[in-house]
Design a protein around this ligand. Structure first.
Ligand code: 5GP
Ligand code: ZN
Length: 109
């Protein structure tokens, strides 16, 4: 979708720190991280909400989330996916947040 910011990242039209890419899935670091290493996993198929995406385009998302958790050696983290403004969705291209939860001695640094 031409105007979609995440589709622009997929097409390489705006930069992102990519951490995983396959034919149908992309993961990259969030530009406004809630904690160090906060990343987003997206299907390359454009759709605003989870129910807009065909199952086969979502099939890698959980395994990519596991790869990120293992690669970042995460012990505490949230996997989060928002749908709709009231549910705090800002970008209308389906995305899954992987949000590390550092212990109290760690922060954003
Ligand atoms: P939402 O509230 O829609 O679930 O989350 C959208 C997320 O996308 C936010 O955490 C925000 O920081 C991130 N984001 C928005 N624009 C960009 C961008 O251009 N690049 C990257 N890497 N992340 C973005
Ligand atoms: Zn899009």
């Amino acid at each position: 979708m031409a105007a979609c910011i995440f589709c622009k990242i997929i097409r390489g039209e705006i930069p992102a720190l990519k951490i995983f890419e396959s034919e149908k899935t992309l993961a990259f670091l969030d530009i406004g991280p809630l904690s160090k290493g906060h990343s987003l996993i997206i299907p390359k198929y454009h759709g605003a909400k989870l129910h807009d995406i065909p199952d086969d385009q979502l099939s890698e998302v959980l395994s990519v989330a596991k790869k990120i958790a293992l690669a970042q050696n995460l012990e505490n983290y949230n996997l989060l996916q928002n749908n709709g403004r009231i549910a705090h969705q800002v970008v209308d291209h389906v995305h899954f947040h992987v949000i590390p939860k550092p212990n109290e001695t760690e922060g954003l640094g």
